[in-house]
Write a protein that binds this ligand. Structure first.
Ligand code: 5GP
Ligand code: MG
Length: 177
C-alpha cells in the first residue's frame, strides 16, 4: 500500500457543491419541517456535513444521528457480510427519518438501515444517496433522492475510501484497479 496511485477526477468540488444545494431544495420541497437525519458511517460524513447545512438554509430543522455499516473491509469488492456497529441513541419513534449514505450499489446496506429504523417506530423513512452505481443487478431498494449516477467503477473521495484512504479528497475520483 506504500505507493498510492493518483485517482482520476470524476466529479469536481464545484459540481458536487451545486448538486448538494439542489438536492437540499428537492428534499425541503417534500420533507416535513422537522426531521431526523441518520448518516451511515463512515462514507457519508462529508456529504452529510454539507447537506445538513444546505437543508438548514432551506428551512428544515433536524437532529443528526450516526450509524456505522461496513461491507467492504479493505477491499474493492463487497464482502456481502454486513457489519453494523454503533447504536441508535436518539428515539426515532414518530419521527420522519432521512437516511443519508454515500453510495447505493446492491442496496443491502440501506435495506438493513431502513428495516432497523422502521422497527424502531419511525413515522417515515426516506433515503438520500450522493451516488448510485449503475450496475446490472437491480438494487434491492430505491433511493428517494440521488445526487449522481455513476458507472460501475470504484470511486473514492468526498468521504469515500479505499482501505480508509482518500476520504479527504474534496472531489470524487475513480481509483484504477
Ligand atoms: P450496497 O450495500 O448498496 O451494495 O453497498 C453500498 C456500500 O458499499 C456503500 O455504503 C459504500 O460503503 C460501499 N461502496 C460501494 N461502492 C463503492 C465505491 O465505488 N467506492 C467506495 N469507496 N465504497 C463503495
Ligand atoms: Mg457505506
Amino acid at each position: 500500500m506504500g505507493s498510492q496511485k493518483k485517482p482520476t477526477t470524476l466529479l469536481t468540488q464545484a459540481k458536487i457543491a451545486a448538486r448538494v444545494k439542489s438536492l437540499a431544495k428537492e428534499i425541503a420541497a417534500n420533507a416535513p419541517r422537522s426531521i431526523t437525519v441518520v448518516s451511515l458511517l463512515k462514507g457519508s460524513f462529508v456529504f452529510t456535513a454539507d447537506l445538513i447545512r444546505e437543508l438548514s438554509l432551506q428551512g428544515v430543522s433536524l437532529e443528526v444521528e450516526f450509524l456505522g455499516f461496513s461491507s467492504y473491509g479493505n477491499s474493492k469488492q463487497s464482502s456481502g457480510a454486513l457489519d453494523m456497529y454503533g447504536e441508535l441513541r436518539t428515539d426515532v419513534s414518530g419521527r420522519h427519518v432521512l437516511v443519508i449514505d454515500d453510495i447505493l450499489e446492491t442496496g443491502g446496506t440501506l435495506a438493513a438501515a431502513k428495516d432497523m429504523l422502521q422497527k424502531a417506530g419511525s413515522n417515515s423513512v426516506s433515503i438520500c444517496v450522493l451516488l448510485q452505481k449503475n450496475i446490472k443487478q437491480k438494487p434491492s431498494l430505491d433511493a428517494d433522492y440521488v445526487g449522481f449516477t455513476v458507472e460501475d467503477k470504484f470511486v473514492v473521495g468526498y468521504g469515500l475510501d479505499y482501505a480508509n484512504k482518500y476520504r479527504e479528497l474534496p472531489y470524487i475520483a475513480v481509483l484504477d484497479k
